[in-house]
Structures are given as C-alpha cells and as structure tokens.
Design a protein around this ligand. Structure first.
Ligand code: F0G
Length: 457
C-alpha cells in the first residue's frame, strides 16, 4: 500500500516568495526591534507566525464569495452562515463577529467582572486579556503532563478535573462559567478528549455552571479524538464535533482557524436571555446581527470553510503535515512539545537554549535566530506573551514554559517548504550556543508581545 500522504489539493493561484540573504535579515531585525510582529511580510520567507486568517481558500469558497449578499439586514449569506454553524454545533443562538476576540469581549462583558474567575484548560492570550480587562481572573487548570514538553500524552490539552473540582468549591459564587479551549493553543496545540469534556460537563452540572468552548480548532480536535480515543475510530469528524458541541452551553470561535477563512468568527449559545443581551452589544460595536462586522461574502466563505475543515482527507493531511516536521525535529534531538500538535510545532526554547535563563527570554531569542538563519517567522509563546509581573516589585516573572510556535497556515505550504524549515532549524540547533538572550526595551501594559521592542543582551 502507498504510504505517502499527499496534499489533497492542486494549486490554482500562486504568490511569489521573496528570497533574502542573512545579511539583509540582520538589518531588518534591527529595524523591527527584534519583534517579528513588526516585520513586513515581504521580508519573510516562510511565514509560520500564525495559522489564523492565513489559509488558502478553496475554489468553492471563492465561488461562494461571489454569491455574497451584501444586504444590511437579512442577507441570504447570513442564512447560509447560520445554517452551516447550526448544523455543526447545534447551538440555538448564533452571532457573527469580525473575529474570535470580538466574541470573547461580548461574552465576558456580560458575564464577568471584578472578583470573578474563569477556569480553562489553558487560556489563550486574547481570552485571558479580555477576562482581565473586566477585572476578573483567567485561571489555567491543565493536566500535569502539560507542564512537561517532552512527555507524551494523547490528550495533553485535557483539563485537570481534580483541580477544577477543588477550584469550583473554593471559588463558589465567583465563577460565571467554565471554558475549555480545543485544541489547547497556549500549551502546544494539544487536543482535549471527549471523555475529559464529559468530566468537565459533570462538574459544571454539579455546580450549575455553563460550559463554553473556545472552539477555534474544533475540527483538528475532532480528528485527534477520532484517531486517539477509544471507540471513536469509525466515526466522522462531523459526528465527533457534534458530540463535543452537545456537551457545551456555548462557544466562541475564530473562523480564521478551522473556519478556513481570512476573517470572521462567531459567538453561539443556548441561553435565550444572555443571547438577547449579546445581540444588543453586538449591534453597538460590531454590526447588525445578520452580518456582525463581516461582509456578506465573508459569511459565505465561512459557511463553506467550516465544512471543508471537517473533510477527513483534509484533516488527515493537515495533522500529518505538522507531525512531519515535529517528528523529524524530535528524532534529531531538538526539544519540542510532544506529541506534535494539530496546527503547529512548538519548540521548547528553554530546552533548545539551555544556557539561557528564562528571564533572558529564550523563546524570543530563538524566534529571532530562526528568522536570521532562514527567514522563518514563528512566534514566542512564553515569558513575553504570557509572563506575569511580580505585583510587589513590578519585575517580570517567567511563564511556565518558553516555546516557539511554528504555526502552519492551512493549505499554503508544501512538503518542500517544510523540508526547508527542518534544515534551517537543525542548523540553528547546531549553532545554539552562539544565540544570545534578549531584553525588553519598550512594552505596552497589555498584550505586550505585539508591540514590544527588544535588544540582544
Ligand atoms: N482563542 C484561541 C485559542 C486562539 O488561538 C485565538 C487566536 C483566539 C481565541 C482569538 O481569535 O484572533 O480571531 O480574535 N489565535 C491566533 C493565533 C491569533 O495566532 O493563535 P481572533
């Protein structure tokens, strides 16, 4: 039997990559203050900054865009969008938003405030920032394996049910909801099992709390459930996704990931009273409830994209292409989060640069080193993005992990691009002792990683 997994698509439109030299990149790094977010994309060879909004749309999606109905109210695009989401999630109320964080802001504005706390397997940066902007606490309760990058676990995104139970008891009256992020982006793109979600549901029921999913990568999560969870191997990703959503009371979603679109998102749920309040807030800041800050053509692209994301051929290729890089790096001794995640390979920068202290920002140093070596743009997920300040001294505290995430845009790069990345990373690994730490010279009070400036130590 032929074992090679091929990209299950042909390429119809291409976008040239501008080649660059190490010397050019050295100057560009200085110009952007060693912050890859501040780099112009033309200066990037392989852009693995994010899988968000960076995917290639299919010919079916482009056709659907032409069908886009740009009516202000009641556009047919909206009904196709709503129908597509309802058939996958089963939720009663669906509100379109311009991206995931808009859904988060609306949800948290209405449900949380000072003194409250929202537990999650691992909050991602925007979720955490939106909760904290309300004066509430965003608390991570991952299973212990998540703290050990090298440890293999089929569902390393699972929530620690024991800690959740204690947390709900101790924080009684202060918790407006429990959230679970599928897959766990802050912790390696790791999936959450159906069994774990059922356990979270039971605890929510025992405490009378709603369960919300941060569902950005629900299709990739469904594929991992199919391939790794007992008894799920014969089921379609769609059936599994349906079971997952049936356990929840609502979801926030960035359609820029498993919506296969370049922009968009939604907030969904079954609570009639809350949905009315959400709708009113949506009108205030996003737009009328049948477009919510999106063009009709965007709604149509998402309606089609959500279904394409559940195609087993696509998901098999998607997960295999990420594992292709992750497994080869692992075999060559490069420390990575094991097993390889769905949308990204996460390099353990603390292990890679074990001569650096966490406060020398090994993730940022490594991200810059990979850019310098081969023009690859990844992102630090560690002390810069998720670190806290010591309330007493105002000094930085290290995050639990310092990772560099190499996130793969959907249907964009081919195997030779990935082979190139492998070579570049292995070259940087050979020269790792030469890589110096970084310090922050300028930063914003929230979500500082987007705009901070750095310099080598
Ligand atoms: N939740 C998760 C788990 C995410 O990964 C993201 C975005 C969001 C919420 C917010 O969605 O960007 O549409 O507002 N993650 C991107 C990333 C930015 O690079 O991982 P958004």
């Amino acid at each position: 039997m032929v074992k090679t997994i091929i990209e299950p698509f042909r390429i119809k439109t291409v976008e040239p990559i501008r080649m660059s030299t190490r010397r050019e990149r050295e100057g560009w790094l200085r110009e952007c203050g060693w912050n890859l977010f501040l780099l112009s994309s033309e200066r990037v060879l392989i852009d693995l900054l994010t899988d968000s909004g960076t995917g290639a749309m299919s010919s079916e999606q482009w056709s659907a865009m032409m069908r886009g109905d740009e009516s202000y109210a009641g556009a047919s695009s909206w009904f196709r969008f709503e129908q597509s989401i309802r058939s996958i999630t089963g939720f009663r109320h669906i509100l379109p938003t311009h991206q995931g964080r808009a859904a988060e802001r609306i949800l948290f504005t209405l449900t949380c405030g000072p003194g409250m706390a929202i537990p999650n397997n691992a909050h991602f940066d925007t979720t955490r920032a939106n909760i904290e902007a309300r004066g509430a606490r965003a608390v991570d309760l991952p299973i212990p394996a998540a703290a050990h990058p090298e440890e293999d676990h089929p569902f390393k995104g699972d929530m620690d049910l024991g800690r959740l139970e204690n947390f709900l008891r101790e924080e009684k009256g202060k918790v407006p909801m429990v959230m679970v992020t599928i897959t766990s982006n802050a912790r390696g793109g790791q999936p959450v099992s159906l069994e774990n979600l059922r356990g979270v549901r039971r605890l929510c029921d025992a405490h009378g709390l709603p369960l919300y999913l941060d569902a950005c990568r629900f299709a990739e999560n469904a594929w991992f459930i199919r391939t790794r969870e007992k008894g799920q191997g014969d089921r379609s990703p769609r059936e599994i996704a349906r079971d997952v959503f049936a356990l929840a009371d609502g979801a926030t979603m960035s359609a820029k990931k498993d919506g296969m679109a370049n922009i968009g998102g939604f907030l969904a749920g079954n609570d009639d009273r809350l949905a009315r309040l959400e709708r009113d807030l949506l009108i205030l800041t996003e737009g009328f409830p049948t477009y919510g800050g999106l063009a009709g053509r965007d709604l149509d692209a998402i309606a089609v994209g959500l279904n394409e994301a559940l195609d087993p051929d696509y998901l098999r290729y998607r997960v295999a292409s990420t594992a292709y890089l992750g497994d080869r790096l692992h075999a060559a001794g490069v420390p990575t989060v094991r097993p390889t995640g769905g949308h990204a390979v996460y390099i353990d920068a603390r292990g890679f640069l074990d001569h650096l202290d966490p406060l020398s920002l090994p993730g940022q140093a490594l991200a810059c080193a990979l850019y310098l070596e081969g023009g690859i743009r990844g992102v630090e997920v560690g002390t810069v993005m998720l670190g806290r300040k010591d309330p007493a001294s105002g000094k930085d505290l290290p995050a639990d992990l310092d990772l560099v995430r190499l996130a793969f845009p959907r249907r964009v790069y081919t195997q030779s691009h990935v082979d190139y990345c492998l070579e570049v990373i292995l070259e940087a690994f050979r020269k790792r002792r030469e890589i110096r730490g970084m310090r922050i010279v300028e930063e914003a009070p929230t979500l500082r990683h987007f705009t901070a400036r750095f310099e080598p130590e």
